[in-house]
Design a binder for this molecule. Structure first.
Ligand SMILES: Cc1ncc(C[n+]2csc(CCOP(=O)(O)OP(=O)(O)O)c2C)c(N)n1
Ligand code: SF4
Length: 288
C-alpha cells in the first residue's frame, strides 16, 4: 500500500510560486495513497499547458501528451489495462477549447477514467490569453477590448451530456479536493472534476480572494442531494457554477468498459500477440 511520499518524485515543479496547480498535484498524490494503491497501479496522463506538467511530477506511470489529447490517451490506457487507475489532467484551454470534443464524448461514454481539470480561466503556458472559461469582458493580450463571448459552463455541459460523476473544488481546500479525487477514483465510470486553480501570474481577476468570496460549499446547502440530477443542474445554475463539492453522482449506470464484450476476460496487456522480439525492436524504432 503506497503512502503520499511514494507518489513523490525528485523533479521540482517549475510552476510560478503560488500557482494553484501545486495543491492539485498534492491532492492527487494523497488521493492515490488513500485509495491504497501503489505507484505502479496509477497512470497520470496530461495535455499541454502549465497544468499539463503535472504528470511529470508524480511517481507513477505518466504521459505528457499533446494539447487537448489527454483523454483519448487515457481512455486507450484504461482499455488496454483494466488494472490501472487512470487519471487525466489538463487546463481549461486543454479540456474546454481544443479538447472539448473529447471531454464531452468521454463523459457520455462513461469510461472509467478520472479527469481533473485545472481551471484558471486563462491560457497560462502561452502567457495569458483568454480561454473559453474567461468571463465576458475579460481583458488579456488576445482580447484587449475585453472578451465579447460568454464563458463556457462545463458543469452544465457535463450534467447535460450524461455525466455519472460531476464535482468541483478549489485548490486551496486540500481536504475537500483530496476527498473528491478519491471519490472520483473509486467511481465506476467517468469522473469529471473541475478545480479552480488560480494562475497568480496572468489572471488578476479570478484570484484566491475572489474565489473565497464567491464560492459556496454544497455541504452548506441544506437538503442538497447529489443523486438528484435536476437538483444538481438547478443548484449549479442558481449559483452561476460557483459551488464546490460532489455535484452529481449516479452509481447505477454501467461503465463503458463493462459493456465491452471480453474486456474483463482478456485485457489487452495480457494478451499473447505472438510478436517476435526482432519485430518488436523494429516496431519500436519506428516510434523513436
Ligand atoms: C495543437 C496545439 N495548439 C496550440 C498550442 C499552444 N498552446 C500550448 S498550451 C495552450 C493553452 C494553455 O492553457 P490551458 O490549457 O488552460 O493550460 P494552463 O497553461 O493554463 O495550465 C496553447 C494554446 C499547442 N501546444 N498545440
Ligand atoms: S503562468 Fe499561471 S498557470 Fe502557469 S505556472 Fe504560472 S501561475 Fe501557474
Amino acid at each position: 500500500m503506497g503512502t503520499f511520499k511514494d507518489f513523490r518524485n525528485t523533479i521540482k515543479p517549475n510552476w510560478c510560486p503560488g500557482c494553484g496547480d501545486f495543491s492539485v498535484q498534492a491532492a492527487i498524490q494523497r488521493a492515490a495513497a488513500n485509495r491504497g494503491i501503489e505507484p505502479h497501479e496509477l497512470a497520470v496522463v496530461s495535455g499541454i499547458g502549465c497544468s499539463g506538467r503535472l504528470s511529470g511530477y508524480i511517481n507513477a506511470y505518466g504521459l505528457h501528451g499533446i494539447h487537448g489529447r489527454a483523454l483519448p490517451i487515457a481512455q486507450g490506457l484504461k482499455m488496454a489495462n483494466r488494472d490501472l487507475n487512470v487519471i487525466a489532467t489538463g487546463g481549461d484551454g486543454d479540456g474546454f477549447a481544443i479538447g472539448m470534443g473529447h471531454t464531452v464524448h468521454s463523459i457520455r461514454r462513461n469510461i472509467d477514467v478520472t479527469y481533473v481539470v485545472m481551471d484558471n480561466q486563462i491560457y497560462g503556458l502561452t502567457k495569458g490569453q483568454t480561454s473559453p472559461r474567461s468571463a465576458a469582458g475579460f481583458v488579456t493580450k488576445s482580447t484587449p477590448g475585453g472578451a465579447i463571448e460568454p464563458s463556457l459552463k462545463p458543469l452544465e455541459v457535463a450534467l447535460s451530456s450524461g455525466a455519472t460523476f460531476v464535482a468541483q473544488s478549489f485548490s486551496t481546500d486540500l481536504k475537500e479536493l483530496t476527498a473528491i479525487i478519491e471519490a472520483g477514483m473509486a467511481h465506476k465510470g467517468f469522473a469529471f472534476i473541475n478545480v479552480f486553480s488560480p494562475c497568480v501570474t496572468y489572471n488578476k481577476v479570478n484570484t484566491y480572494d475572489w474565489f473565497k468570496e464567491n464560492l459556496t460549499k454544497l455541504a452548506d446547502i441544506e437538503g442538497y442531494d447529489p443523486s438528484d440530477r435536476q437538483m444538481a443542474m438547478k443548484t449549479v445554475m442558481e449559483h452561476e457554477s460557483l459551488v464546490t463539492g460532489i455535484i452529481y453522482q449516479d452509481t447505477e449506470t454501467t461503465s463503458y468498459q463493462d459493456k465491452v464484450i471480453g474486456y474483463d476476460e482478456a485485457p489487452l496487456h495480457e494478451a499473447d500477440i505472438n510478436l517476435k522480439e526482432t519485430d518488436l525492436d523494429s516496431l519500436m524504432k519506428e516510434f523513436m
